[in-house]
Design a protein around this ligand. Structure first.
Ligand code: FAD
Ligand code: NAP
Length: 310
């Protein structure tokens, strides 16, 4: 039986594992992919304290070193269910059932699909959700980026180092992205904007994307904008499918916690982007992880007191 199982090895989960194992608890982190979470798909991080700029995957490597240096195990697995067994929890992966005194849910979120014709058909043939992974395939090509948040605008700027031209397609006439990110994009000569515009269909030939049918939501006018690739950044959906039946999530699927990262089930905590919260950042994920990593220790100590007094 572990003291703590952390599900997900993004910045939130890795920090929780670091804090819990540093308190001498037995900790396993279960991750379905490469440790790092969304940082693995992030080009340049310039808002993580202590670094003027660091590449997302490099920050992920450094955090993994920290997460495991006090003995936390780094296990591979896709968690399918967490069963509340009262005094302990069971964490179920495809081929294993782990028992643990506490669980920290740190499964984060994933990119939302746009849901237009051609999106699935051209995935991997010009449609992408990851500039770091696919940007270099588009040297001297024209790219469209769909969305107006931090991800769309920041990744559009990153793509200009490869592309000849990047057009940001946004459904309103004002960006949602932080001002500093907007200012950089406005100053970048390779970036232009299609305002009040939505993608209706991604079109192409047998080989690849050739353009996007765009509708102006104010005028109703439709035109086909040529493009060799389309990067989609229209928000995030929580990765909470395995926990939906436990009643821990709100209607949209985000997990509700208190300030100590406790969920409605004693011994089950949630941290990072998967929580119902306003600011989803590496710094806030790390902050949540440290609180939960300490709180599991307090919880286990309190349970010992309960047993003694019985
Ligand atoms: P995640 O990073 O999402 O990690 C969750 C982990 O859980 C993943 O590794 C996933 O594989 C794993 N997992 C999920 N389900 C399961 C399961 N069932 N079983 C096992 N494992 C599972 N923030 C900044 O502060 N600065 C930036 O510059 C910045 N740039 C960004 C750029 C992009 C394109 C994106 C998408 C986000 C960016 N962010 C940035 C936001 C930041 O990356 C997130 O806020 C942060 O990664 C959240 O951390 P997390 O640990 O909560 O979740
Ligand atoms: P987001 O903030 O939810 O923005 C999504 C964008 O997509 C919005 O501009 C939205 O338009 C648009 N959109 C949503 N659905 C759409 C649809 N169906 N069709 C067309 N457009 C649609 O998501 P995000 O940019 O991925 O950011 C997610 C989180 O990560 C945020 O908390 C963000 O701060 C964080 N992040 C931080 C950084 C950083 O700090 N450097 C970088 C990246 C991400 P509207 O504006 O009209 O709603």
């Amino acid at each position: 039986m572990y003291d703590v199982i952390v599900i997900g090895a993004g910045p939130a989960g890795m920090t929780a594992a670091l804090y819990a194992s540093r308190s001498n608890l037995s900790v396993a982190m279960i991750e379905r992919g490469a440790p790092g979470g969304q940082m693995n798909n992030t080009a340049e991080v310039d808002n993580y304290p202590g670094f003027e700029m660091i590449l997302g995957p490099d920050l992920a490597d450094k955090m993994l070193e920290g997460a495991t240096k006090f003995g936390a195990e780094n296990l591979y697995g896709i968690v399918q269910e967490v069963r509340d067994c009262g005094e302990y929890q069971e964490v179920v992966t495809g081929d294993q059932v782990y028992q643990t005194k506490t669980v920290i849910l740190a499964t984060g979120c994933e990119h939302r699909k746009l849901g237009v014709k051609g999106e699935e058909e051209f995935a991997g043939r010009g449609v992408s959700y990851c500039a770091v992974c696919d940007g270099a395939f588009f040297r001297n090509r024209k790219l469209l980026v769909i969305g107006g948040g931090d991800s769309a605008v920041e990744e559009a700027a990153y793509l200009t180092q490869f592309a000849s031209e990047v057009v940001i397609v946004h459904r309103r006439d004002e960006l949602r992205a932080q001002k500093v990110i907007q200012d950089r994009a406005f100053a970048n000569e390779k970036i232009s904007f299609l305002w009040d515009s939505v993608a209706e269909e991604i079109v192409g030939n047998d080989m690849a994307v050739t353009g996007v049918r765009i509708k102006n939501v104010k005028t109703g006018e439709i035109h086909e904008e040529s493009a060799n690739g389309v990067f989609i950044y229209v928000g995030l959906d929580p990765l909470t499918e395995p926990f939906r039946s436990s009643g821990l999530t709100n209607e949209e699927g985000w997990i509700k916690t208190d300030d100590e990262m406790r969920t409605a089930i004693p011994g089950v905590f949630a941290v990072g982007d998967v929580r119902e919260k306003n600011l989803r950042q590496i710094t806030t994920a790390v902050g949540d992880g440290s609180i939960a990593g300490q709180e599991v220790f307090n919880y286990i100590e309190a349970q010992k007191d309960v047993k003694v007094s019985k």
